[in-house]
Design a protein around this ligand. Structure first.
Ligand code: GLN
Ligand code: ZN
Length: 780
């Protein structure tokens, strides 16, 4: 190895939200009219400065700028290239803040909803927001650009240039980050059926060229262009688009060097395309795809700078730096290290900011973790080890190896009982006693439900009073007895009201839950919770995912007493209400020392125990929510089957340990089922409820009887909107559903839980829903 200088360290992007969630509070204060745009922009500017200075002080040499966004970087890109749908009334020029936020959230003052697992499109009555969807396989959601087939683009913001100059004033030379044109178009919504947004590439590229030349003129020497689409399955046309785009961009500003960033997986069959592009640098994800180091090194031109994504930007575990160095050594040993940069696998947007804020965390567990700040330090150690030799950072390397070793052997993570149970899983534990056709007869006899039974998805409004009581209890200001009394009153009122309006299958209302994953995680062993470890989910919504650090087990029933209390109040069936293993897994930071499938099996057994206890207590129906089942779907088609196999297996492990007469429900908050319908059918839940109200039931096409014989409750009430649906609208949706499903299959329910709604909206809406179901019963 020959080294002429210190190997550069890049972070690719850091969290934007602020250590104390300053951005959230500034945004929400601005939206509610309590503070001015100037206040918001001042907070944002201070956050950027703090991020740049912190990275400089930690030794980062390729400090990103324009990784910051007030809301979302994809929305920023749409606004920057002038892709503002006409309904927002934009007249050219810089996109004003209020149009920008209207694109993100509609023009309604209130944020529309929270909670997990929705396609959070806010539906304002007068001006709708753009759609939102998951950013690749992360839990970050971006705003989906909407393009017209004759879309014109113009450079309507110089944000990347402005931020570059802003850092320059602070004496910090940054490497601006922009979302690449091909990924941008590929993530955009097609303007018309059969229209490929990539056809707009020739129109879009001049905007990027203009931007790059402005960056160059401002003094930038490198730019990071993110093209994560390069890790997806691409067709030849899409690969050609990369060649075309980068050919154009590199000839327009040859002096501005492009670091093309790929992440979230392997380049795979796009590798040759990537290394042959006329770029100066290529970033590769070596956490998800360590095996690509060797072929990339071999096939890349010798003057292509390779940015090695060695530290996990998607998880919270401290790395074993020694083993990383050992792993890459055989490949990089012969390289000229001028060719190398050290980086996280992807932008650190997806990890919390600083572990040092977690003062209440168990010390052992804390010593196994690294958040963005600690990961940055890890990058610097790796770079120094490579440029100065391992001795220069011997202490840090030893410490990291010791922490890994301590974690590997800790009794906190290994529970022989759990590991024994996993080893003893029998095939018979993964299937119901009888087939659906048989069970459904037994259940029909036992439950005596009317045709088109009505129910809800589980949660009722989380009122201010309820949230206050929970907070007071958490702070020790409200005793457990008083808190429980309060919750029981809520449950009782909910049960009475559901009976009164004539719902057929009742729920207790989930008043005791803060969050559908956290509530369970807090009662399971193997989970840790943080105080400040927020990560952005979308806009001003941040989540604090639980950390699954060890073997998972359940020592006591988690929901039985609430269910028992609710059922004691009524003759009608009350559904037991659980979150499924796949969803708990997909919404957590998961340990990396065993396969995800293994962790999921452990959670599944814990949920199975809960299901057994509910049944033993008399529950006739148990709903196991899998809101995030689809979220875990791998990016590449070739990886999907194995995910679906173990995900289905885990749901079945959790749900099949019951008698034929016990009806298992599941719920999923979306309805794009086409590519996974086979797996959904294999779950073999007796009833599934899904979100369909906004799609006029078209999305039910995936469920036609031949593909899906079990019962289905397609949502007939859009819970994302404060609007109360009329009886006639619900009836119309039910008619559409009946065109696709048999009457015997059809349930009547809202799209999702009602926790984010107000009682004043929920009461009339559910009454209308019941009325529509009754009217239908009379007609058939
Ligand atoms: N039972 C949960 C609720 O009603 C389901 C929520 C979800 O799937 N996102 O809130
Ligand atoms: Zn839902």
């Amino acid at each position: 190895m020959t080294v002429s200088q210190q190997i550069p360290v890049a972070t690719l992007g850091v969290p934007r939200i602020g250590r104390r969630r300053e951005l959230k509070f500034a945004l929400e204060s601005y939206w509610s009219g309590k503070s001015s745009a100037a206040d918001l922009l001042t907070t944002a500017k201070a956050l950027r400065a703090a991020n740049w200075e912190e990275q400089r002080d930690r030794g980062v040499s390729k400090i990103p700028s324009n990784d910051f966004s007030l809301y979302d970087h994809v929305l920023d890109t749409a606004a920057m290239v002038g892709a503002v749908p006409s309904r927002y009334g934009w007249n050219g020029g810089e996109v004003p803040l209020d149009i920008y936020f209207a694109m993100a959230r509609g023009n309604q003052g209130q944020t529309e909803n929270g909670g997990h697992g929705h396609n959070y499109a806010a539906h304002a009555p007068s001006l709708t927001a753009m759609e939102m969807t998951k950013w690749f396989d992360t839990n970050y959601h971006y705003i989906v650009p909407e393009l017209e087939d004759d879309q014109a683009f113009t450079l309507s913001s110089t944000k990347p240039v402005d931020y570059f100059l802003e850092a320059k004033v602070l004496g910090i030379h940054t490497r601006p980050v922009i979302l690449g044109p091909v990924t941008f178009l590929k993530l955009s919504k097609s303007p018309a059926d059969g229209f490929d947004p990539l056809a707009l590439l020739p129109r879009l590229l001049p905007i990027y060229q203009e931007l790059l030349s402005k960056l160059k003129a401002s003094g930038a020497d490198w730019v990071q262009i993110d093209e994560p689409a390069l890790v997806l399955d691409l067709n030849p046309n899409e690969r050609a688009a990369f060649e075309f785009a980068y050919g154009q961009l590199s000839t327009a500003t040859p002096e501005l060097k492009i670091m093309l960033a790929t992440y979230f997986g392997s380049l795979g069959d796009n590798l040759e395309t990537a290394v042959s592009l006329p770029i100066a640098g290529l970033h590769i994800d070596l956490v998800r795809a360590p095996e690509q180091l060797e072929p990339v090194g071999r096939l890349a031109p010798k003057d292509l700078v390779l940015s090695l994504g060695l530290i996990n930007g998607r998880n919270v575990w401290r790395a074993n730096l020694l083993s990383i160095l050992d792993r890459i050594k055989p490949t990089v040993a012969g390289w000229h290290l001028d060719r190398v940069e050290i980086a996280p696998s992807c932008s650190m947007l997806h990890v919390p900011i600083d572990l040092r804020m977690e003062t209440a965390l168990d010390a052992n567990i804390g010593s196994w973790l690294a958040f963005a700040a600690q990961k940055t330090d890890e990058l610097v150690v790796l770079a120094r080890a490579l440029s100065e030799g391992r001795d220069a950072v011997a202490d840090a390397l030893t410490a990291s190896a010791e922490a890994t070793a301590a974690r590997a052997t800790s009794t906190k993570i290994h529970d022989p009982l759990v590991e024994g149970r996993i080893a003893n899983i029998k095939e018979s534990m993964k299937r119901r006693t009888s087939a659906f056709a048989v069970r459904s007869q037994v259940q029909a006899g036992a439950l005596e439900l009317p045709p088109f039974p009505t129910t809800t998805i589980g949660s009722f409004p989380q009122t201010l009073q309820l949230r206050k009581a929970r907070a007071a209890h958490a702070k020790g200001q409200l005793s457990y007895v008083d808190y429980e009394t309060f919750l029981k009153k809520e449950i009782e009122a909910a049960i009475r009201w559901q009976e009164e309006i004539g719902l057929d299958v009742l729920v207790h209302g989930e008043f005791e839950r803060n969050d559908m994953v956290q509530y369970f995680g807090e009662q399971l062993s193997g989970f840790a919770f943080t105080e400040h470890a927020w990560v952005q989910s979308y806009g001003s919504r941040y989540v604090r995912p639980p950390i699954i650090f060890g073997d998972v087990s359940r020592s006591n029933p988690m929901t039985v007493r609430w269910w028992e209390f609710a059922q004691s109040l009524t003759q009608r069936p009350v559904k037991g209400m659980l979150t499924g293993p796949v969803t708990i897994l997909n919404w957590s930071f998961v340990r990396d020392d065993v396969p995800r499938s293994e962790v999921c099996r452990q959670i599944a057994l814990a949920i199975r125990d809960e299901v057994t206890d509910l049944e033993r207590s008399g529950a006739r129906m148990i709903q196991i929510d899998e809101a995030a089942f689809r979220e875990g779907l791998p990016l590449r088609a070739c990886d999907r089957e194995s995910y679906l196999d173990w995900a289905v297996e885990c749901f079945r492990l959790a749900s099949t340990g019951v008698q034929d007469a016990t009806q298992i429900h599941t719920h999923m908050c979306y309805s794009e089922f086409n590519e996974i319908i086979g797996a959904i059918a294999e779950l073999d839940a007796d009833v599934i409820s899904i979100e369909t109200s906004r799609s006029a039931m078209e999305l039910l096409d995936a469920f036609t009887n031949s593909k899906y014989p079990n019962e289905i409750g397609p949502g007939v009430y859009d819970i994302h909107s404060p609007r109360v649906p009329e009886v006639a609208e619900i009836s119309a949706l039910l008619l559409l559903a009946r065109e696709r499903l048999s009457d015997a299959q059809l349930w009547v329910n809202p799209d999702c839980g009602l926790k984010t709604r107000k009682w004043d909206e929920v009461r009339p809406a559910l009454k209308n829903m019941v009325a529509a179901a009754r009217a239908l019963r009379e007609r058939v």
